[in-house]
Ligand binder design. Structure first.
Ligand SMILES: Cc1cc2nc3c(=O)[nH]c(=O)nc-3n(C[C@H](O)[C@H](O)[C@H](O)COP(=O)(O)OP(=O)(O)OC[C@H]3O[C@@H](n4cnc5c(N)ncnc54)[C@H](O)[C@@H]3O)c2cc1C
Length: 383
């Protein structure tokens, strides 16, 4: 629910976003350009350090409070994908990083001198089956040597730091497939030609890449937490990620509903506003109801998370329901705007492309349903 802090974050971010209207995002979309000025402004205002504890120079807020930042970016017509990883990767460093790592990086991230916007897990052959990743980190003296390939790794060229998941013990030598994977904090400024970054052209303005590691040598101090426990650390961060992404979807959904409602009131065809026709009005009303109900689950998950209580089912349901609501609102807005929905000038098609992603990434709808079916309802495992 909306507390005083959340209202103040909402109002602050809303004011900042008003300086970056639809035209700003539309132009970036046309040029496939990163929203550099916007990211700098959000960082300068402190919002991207929302989850960094105050002793390291951040705002020390909870995940629920931080989710408001991303919701407002979506709701303003912007794309929070440009900045969200700094929030959802933060937990891995905060919970499992050493004091040295936190002291070295967190204050500089909070001041905006460094960006932690890249998170490298997905691989072309493993896909959703993360424990089958093949990228290896081999211990050599006081270093690790990284070899392998990643795909769909976003914002690598816009980030200074990247969290990497790699296998440190072969799958054949561990009891459980989830063991033997380790998390590393990679300094992208020191990759000395051993990391090739190949941009991928995507259907929306999303700075995503293929990565090729060829004997990248990193210091052993880059290891986060204990060797072999990386998968667990990444899983630990998943609930926060689900809640933050749910908030982005709620923001998108409200953007579409605001636009569709306004257009349905003013666009007049056959001598009356199109919103007077129930064929137009009811889908908007239904999408609104689904958005509000998804938002309740988002707040329930966020409040449990911030109270330190288990929230796996709620966080997953929040992401599922919010992604479905934003997709429903996107389709409804497309229908409401008719032909104009397809023109870049109305921004509906741009946001439609952006919000479609949440059915697939960072976690696909099917895998959330599998989690609910198998882990919450106790149905037989499919994988
Ligand atoms: C724009 C974009 C940005 C991304 N950014 C990042 C990033 O920064 N870092 C990163 O690590 N990854 C990133 N990803 C990757 C993203 O997390 C994956 O695309 C996603 O997890 C799905 O994996 P996949 O694409 O390999 O699909 P696959 O695993 O090949 O799955 C394909 C389809 O099959 C379904 N499926 C697979 N197995 C099952 C099953 N057992 N039961 C039912 N259905 C199943 C899936 O749900 C999906 O719909 C990004 C992806 C995109 C598109």
């Amino acid at each position: 629910m909306l507390t005083d802090i959340r209202i103040s974050v909402r109002d602050g971010v809303r004011k900042l976003c008003a300086r970056y209207p639809d035209t700003y995002w539309r132009d970036l979309d046309a040029q496939s350009a990163y929203p550099q000025a916007f990211v700098e402004a959000l960082t300068e205002a402190g919002y991207l350090a929302a989850l960094i504890p105050t002793e390291f120079g951040g705002l020390g807020l909870g995940v629920g409070d931080a989710s408001v930042v991303l919701e407002e970016v979506s709701r303003s017509g912007g794309n929070p994908a440009a900045v969200h990883a700094q929030m959802y990767t933060m937990g891995t460093l905060l919970r499992h990083g050493s004091l040295e790592q936190k002291s070295e990086y967190l204050p500089r991230i909070a001041r905006g001198e460094l960006r932690l916007q890249a998170f490298a897990v997905t691989e072309p052959t493993a896909g959703s089956d993360t424990t089958s990743i093949r990228t290896t980190a081999t211990k050599r003296g006081s270093t690790y040597v990284i070899n392998g390939q990643k795909v769909f790794i976003s914002r690598v060229k816009q980030s200074d730091l990247m969290i990497l998941l790699a296998r440190t013990t072969p799958q054949s030598e561990v009891k459980r497939r989830s063991e033997g994977l380790s998390a590393f904090l990679i300094d992208l400024r020191r990759t000395d030609g051993a990391l090739a970054v190949k941009p991928m052209r995507m259907m929306m303005n999303h700075h995503t890449n293929e990565l090729f590691f060829d004997d990248l040598v990193i210091p052993e101090s880059a290891l986060i937490g204990e060797e072999g426990r990386g998968f667990q650390y990444i899983l630990d961060g998943m609930n926060a990620e689900r809640i933050l992404i749910a908030a982005e979807c709620i923001g998108d959904s409200r953007y579409f509903l605001d636009k569709a409602t306004a257009y349905a009131k003013t666009r007049s065809v056959f001598g009356r506003p199109i919103g007077q026709n129930q064929g137009i009005q009811f889908p908007i009303a239904r999408a609104y109801a689904n958005t509000e109900s998804a938002d309740l689950m988002r707040w329930r998950a966020a409040d449990l998370f911030d109270a330190g209580a288990p929230c796996g089912p709620e966080a997953n349901m929040a992401k599922l329901l919010a992604a479905d609501a934003s997709w429903e609102s996107a389709n409804t807005a497309m229908q409401t705007f008719g032909g104009f929905a397809f023109t870049a000038d109305y921004d509906i098609e741009r946001k439609f492309r952006e919000t479609r992603l949440y059915q697939v990434a960072p976690i696909s709808t099917n895998l959330i349903l599998a989690y609910l079916g198998e882990h919450v309802l106790g149905l037989p495992r499919s994988y």
